[in-house]
Design a protein around this ligand. Structure first.
Ligand code: ADP
Length: 472
């Protein structure tokens, strides 16, 4: 098995951080880039506009042809450059600089692709490698001939500065957001993993045998976690129940076996205490008979226990076969009639219809035999036991009804418990182990059926067993 060393808490933490921070960082970078682009585009438009205005002014003022206006021309260019902060150059149609607001390039041939474009009547503005924008616009005479070019240049360093200022303030906001996201992430991963850790703790304790542990289910839990906690608690309750049952069972078995063993001990001690020369042989025989009956009783208990354990073993399949239930019950009644006769009890069988069901014959026979035997055992003098088999389209119904001593209302829900007897003394006479009805119920439940009892004290008891005709 692969080693599990990554905690869910860390997975959640990293996932939340990635989900929370990545879009934030990508988005802010994209925003800065587009803001810078926007400002540069705006600046390009502004320079073009400025260049157009200057070009128009030069045309109207006829600065290019009228030498007498050269001072005014110079003054105009300088003033405009001062006001706008841009460098302005005017070139003639051969590319010679005839006016430069910086005065450094006058008389020189200036060759730039933008100037070539402008001489071809195409106004352009573009960003240069040295972070300067060049906007070039042609100057036309009144016959629409290109007589020169106005070149307006400006640095974009201020834009980069402004953007980096914005970047700084946005970054500080992002930093605050990062702290908030990290804190929220820590809280969220704690919020989700803390209840799971609680559940794990409790389950660990349960696996160590502390079945009294319970998970606290509060309203803040998510539905799934609350359901998981509740399921764990139910499981713990079941385990606790199983453990209690197991302990009860072991103590019941010990108690049940202890009684005949103590009797045997008392009987054998008293035999040993006698003087063998004076005691008559009949007395020994009597003691041995008593010991023998206690051994029989222990054997009966152990046999019933083994039957019960075998029935409750989940891994043994039911293996149902189609059985004519009405015939099966009739055979049981026939087998038990001599016992009933010996007790002076009338045993009747009524078949409402012939019924066939998918059952395990041995197990169901055992269950029905127990009920009829009880009807005979717990009957009154000259009493009756009636057995009926009937069915509807889904279930077979086997009814065992007696006119016996009956069972008190408050005892009715206990009689199916292992070792439970209403009257312990009577049972010692009848030889009951208190396991018969537990065996019957297990066998019926194995068939996915049910067993119901109704009784009136001193009038009689009726058991109704329902068995589905078909097993799934
Ligand atoms: P047992 O081996 O003692 O008969 P069961 O499990 O068969 O054990 O029955 C449990 C107890 O239920 C009996 O001890 C008896 O007190 C009561 N009981 C069972 N069947 C009847 C019945 N038909 N009439 C009255 N009491 C009954």
């Amino acid at each position: 098995m692969a080693k599990r060393n990554i905690k869910l808490k860390w997975t959640l933490l990293i996932t939340y951080l990635i989900i929370g921070l990545c879009p934030l960082i990508i988005l802010s970078n994209l925003t800065f880039e587009s803001v810078e682009k926007y400002f540069i585009e705006e600046r390009k438009k502004e320079l073009l506009l400025q260049a157009n205005v200057i070009s128009g002014h030069i045309s109207i003022s006829d600065y290019m042809h009228d030498e007498s206006k050269s001072i005014l021309f110079d003054y105009d260019i300088n003033q405009t450059s001062k006001q706008s902060g841009y460098r302005i150059m005017v070139l003639d149609n051969t590319g010679v600089v005839i006016n430069d607001s910086n005065k450094t390039e006058e008389g020189k041939i200036y060759y730039l692709p933008e100037i070539v474009d402008a001489l071809n009547n195409k106004d352009v503005s573009s960003l240069q490698a040295n972070d300067t924008i060049h906007a070039a616009v042609s100057i036309m005479d009144d016959r629409s001939n290109c007589i020169g070019v106005v070149l307006v240049c400006d640095s974009v360093a201020d834009i980069a500065e402004n953007v980096s200022e914005i970047e700084k303030s946005v970054l500080s906001i992002i930093l605050v957001l990062v702290v908030v996201v990290v804190l929220m992430t820590i809280f969220l991963s704690w919020f989700f993993t803390n209840p799971i850790n609680g559940i794990i703790e409790v389950i660990k304790k349960m696996s160590e045998g502390h079945f009294d542990q319970r998970i606290t289910v509060n309203d803040f839990l998510h539905t799934e976690l609350a359901e998981l906690s509740e399921s764990c608690n139910n499981m713990a309750e079941k385990l606790e129940q199983v453990e209690t049952n197991r302990q009860e069972f072991v103590s019941n078995v010990s108690h049940e076996l202890k009684t005949p063993l103590s009797s045997i001990k008392v009987l054998s001690d008293s035999v040993l205490l006698q003087d063998p020369d004076t005691v008559p042989k009949e007395m020994y025989v009597e003691f041995l008979e008593d010991i023998n009956s206690e051994v029989d009783r222990m054997t009966a208990i152990i046999n019933d226990l083994l039957t019960l354990v075998r029935l409750n073993r989940q891994e043994v399949p039911l293996n149902p076969q189609p059985v004519v239930i009405s015939d099966m019950v009739e055979d049981i009644v026939k087998r038990l009639t001599p016992i009933a006769d010996a007790e002076g009890i009338e045993l009747n069988y009524t078949k409402a219809k012939s019924v066939t069901a998918e059952v395990n014959e041995t197990k169901l026979s055992l269950a029905i035999s127990n009920l009829i035997e009880n009807g005979i055992k717990y009957n009154s003098e000259n009493g009756k036991v009636s057995v009926t088999v009937d069915a509807d389209h889904q279930n077979a119904f086997i009814t065992v009804s007696d006119t016996g001593i009956g069972i008190a209302e408050e005892e009715l829900n206990k009689i199916f418990d292992r070792f439970y007897r209403v009257d312990k003394n009577r049972d010692r006479q009848t030889g009951g182990t208190g396991l018969g009805l537990a065996i019957t119920r297990s066998a019926v439940l194995m068939h996915n059926g049910s067993i119901k009892v109704s009784s009136t004290e001193n009038e009689g008891t009726t058991f109704v067993v329902r068995i589905p005709l078909k097993q799934k």
